[in-house]
Design a protein around this ligand. Structure first.
Ligand code: NAD
Ligand code: MG
Length: 391
């Protein structure tokens, strides 16, 4: 049997939850995937350990002082041959490194936008975890990907499931898709108690272990709202054809309903390593140990989401219909509101209240460049901070 080609990958957000899961796949499949360029935020300890273990050609870290500290650490340990860069130029260099074939986009928030766009323009195959990129700049990224004939493979588990189920028919045969939602930690909490929800409670997700922002977004169901917009972009569907169903077991990762009445679902473990592996390997399916014991499965529940308890989901559908500037504001306002909630500055219900007010104050626009998107993003952030300060 011929040795498989070793795919050279870049990881944007290597120290995060998705980033470290990606490296664990590289550990399991050393003859298939090897990381040669890494971009991290400010976790220098983990970045150093990754550089030491993987000896990438290039590593980028958030700021210049951090890069200097990282260089010193590497020198002290006698590790040579690793280029260390910083900031957005560094992240872009990681995303566009000439030897890189596949880029895992897993920086949280619009911080990952420029690098992801640069990777698409450089013709890299993309494994996309960063949903905020598609929410804020979906049209730009998707049209650049089409122009460059670049594959955007979803790592977000729901979209990954839809991508798999879509292989069961043609786009014209799709009636609608169903994104499953765990419902988060407050699925059974009565609305009257929502005003007392603390950051500590909101950070406990019942089925997935993830970064802080996405965990809070899951508690408000804004995460599902972003995923609705992400699905519209990835699969070229209007929001009305992207439905949400609450499925507490998080076993069915999503479903595609075809016009003949057939519904295809994808079932697997709740472990992000599987969608990461799928994206890295597509269109192949390597054998893995990420098995799911169907015999242990006793029950699958599905129910309608409660929009009174989770207004963020309604706001996302409204933004999807309103257009690009509303989607940019939705994401930006949410990022600010989530940080304010975690800092104890606003209550849990202050998150949707802030976002709704920012959406009302945001003028309609359709930015035609990434710079335009980032300017609209900044304006929405300023607006969100003002709304919070006045509250
Ligand atoms: P995380 O907070 O664990 O990790 C974020 C990563 O981004 C870290 O490596 C951090 O250092 C890096 N980063 C942050 N700011 C940066 C900057 N300015 N420059 C360079 N790097 C920076 O987040 P996560 O849970 O891994 O999520 C990453 C993305 O994947 C998010 O967009 C999230 O919505 C999406 N996602 C995550 C999951 C999951 O299970 N964790 C599932 C689906 C989608
Ligand atoms: Mg998801």
């Amino acid at each position: 049997k011929a040795t498989p080609h070793v795919k050279k990958i870049a990881i944007l957000g290597s120290t995060g939850s998705i980033g470290t899961s990606t490296l664990s796949i590289c550990e399991q499949f050393p003859l298939r995937y090897t990381p040669i360029a890494l971009a991290a935020g400010s976790n220098i300890e983990v970045a150093f350990a990754q550089a030491k273990q993987w000896r990438p050609k290039l590593i980028s870290i958030a700021t210049e002082p951090l890069a200097d500290a990282l260089k010193l650490r590497l020198r002290t340990e006698g590790i040579t041959g690793i280029e260390v860069l910083s900031g957005i130029p560094g992240t872009i260099a990681v995303a566009t490194h000439p030897e890189v074939e596949f880029v895992v986009s897993a920086i949280v928030g619009v911080a990952g936008l420029e690098a992801t766009y640069a990777a698409v323009q450089a013709g890299k195959t993309i494994g996309l975890a960063n949903k905020e990129c598609l929410v804020a700049a979906g049209d730009l990224i998707i049209s650049a990907a089409r122009a460059k004939n670049v594959a955007l493979l979803p790592i977000d588990s729901e979209h990954n499931a839809v991508h798999q189920a879509m292989r069961g028919g043609t786009p014209a045969e799709v009636k609608q898709i169903w994104l499953t939602a765990s419902g988060g930690p407050f699925r059974n909490t009565p609305l009257e108690q929502f005003q007392h929800i603390t950051p500590h409670q909101a950070l406990k997700h019942p089925t997935w272990v993830m970064g802080q922002r996405i965990t809070i977004d899951s508690a408000t169901m804004m995460n599902k709202g972003f995923e609705v917009i992400e699905a519209c972009r990835l699969f070229d569907l209007p929001a009305a054809k992207v439905r949400v169903t609450v499925h507490p077991q998080s076993t069915v990762h999503s479903l595609v309903e075809f016009i003949d009445g057939s519904i295809l679902a994808q079932i697997s473990v709740t472990d992000m390593r599987l969608p990461i592996l799928y994206a890295l390997a597509y269109p192949e399916r390597p054998a893995s140990n990420l098995t799911f014991d169907l015999a242990q499965l006793s029950q699958l529940d599905f129910s309608q989401p409660d929009l009174a308890k989770f207004p963020c989901l309604r706001l996302a559908y409204e933004a999807a219909d309103a257009g690009p500037s509303a989607c940019i504001a939705l994401n930006a306002a949410d990022e600010i509101a989530v940080a304010a909630f975690l800092a104890g500055h606003i209550p849990f219900l202050g998150i949707p209240r802030t976002i709704e007010r920012v959406l009302e104050l945001t003028p309609a626009a359709n930015p035609t460049s990434i710079q335009g998107v980032l300017a609209a993003d900044q304006a929405a952030r300023t607006c969100a901070r003002e709304v919070i300060a006045r509250a």
